[in-house]
Design a protein around this ligand. Structure first.
Ligand SMILES: O=P(O)(O)OC[C@H]1O[C@H](OP(=O)(O)OP(=O)(O)O)[C@H](O)[C@@H]1O
Ligand SMILES: O=C(O)c1cc(=O)[nH]c(=O)[nH]1
Length: 176
């Protein structure tokens, strides 16, 4: 089995939770894909890193991250499995009022080509918020990569960004 096949099995076995849920956007759904159960899993996390590094192998970037919390372990997995030096960053949901008051934590992103990641993207609102903060900080966002696309592709592309997902809902046997 390939990394991609192994990771898909982890997701369908451990992350898909059926039942009524309210999503980040306020929309209601009949299932949740809880990818934190995957990105923080000792055996699945390295697969996340390898699969997303492979998915974006032809894109030129040297830092990766997104809106906390879902994106954080995705970026860390990519950092640890990259075949080149790759930094990670965390975009806070809001700035903090003490310390250095940074909205984006980690090595400086200004002037760098960065990849925005998500565990899953539904409306694209979270990743677009991260992208706004990155651009404000002087980074060049070269694209968006997610583990599971839950429908955000058109919105992200309409904002002028390339968008790739390791899995669609159909890949996981789920309906939109
Ligand atoms: O595309 P969207 O409609 O924005 O939804 C997707 C977002 O929702 C989830 O995060 P959530 O808001 O639950 O926060 P968390 O990562 O802090 O758990 C997920 O990790 C994405 O960031
Ligand atoms: O849209 C969301 O908030 C969302 C959907 C989903 O399946 N998983 C998740 O973590 N967030």
């Amino acid at each position: 089995m390939s990394d991609r096949d192994d990771l898909r099995k982890f997701i369908t076995d451990l992350a898909v939770v059926r039942g009524k849920v309210v999503l980040s956007s306020g929309q209601e759904a009949d299932y949740y894909v809880d990818l934190r159960r995957i990105t923080l899993h000792h055996a699945a996390a390295p697969l996340v890193g390898r699969v997303l590094n492979e998915l974006t192998a032809d894109w030129d970037f040297d830092a990766v991250g997104g809106l906390t919390l879902g994106a954080d372990p995705v970026a860390a997995a990519m950092l640890h499995t990259a075949s080149r030096p790759l930094d990670a960053f965390v975009v806070r949901k809001a700035g903090k009022a003490h310390g250095l008051q940074r909205r984006i934590e980690g090595p400086e992103v200004a002037g760098r080509r960065v990849l925005a990641v998500e565990d899953t993207s539904t409306t694209g609102g979270s990743v677009l918020a991260a992208i706004d903060a990155l651009r404000e900080a002087g980074a060049e966002v070269i694209g968006v990569a997610v583990i599971v696309d839950r429908g955000a592709g058109d919105t992200v592309r309409a904002a002028g960004l390339s968008y790739r997902a390791a899995y669609t809902l159909a890949d996981l046997g789920l309906s939109a």
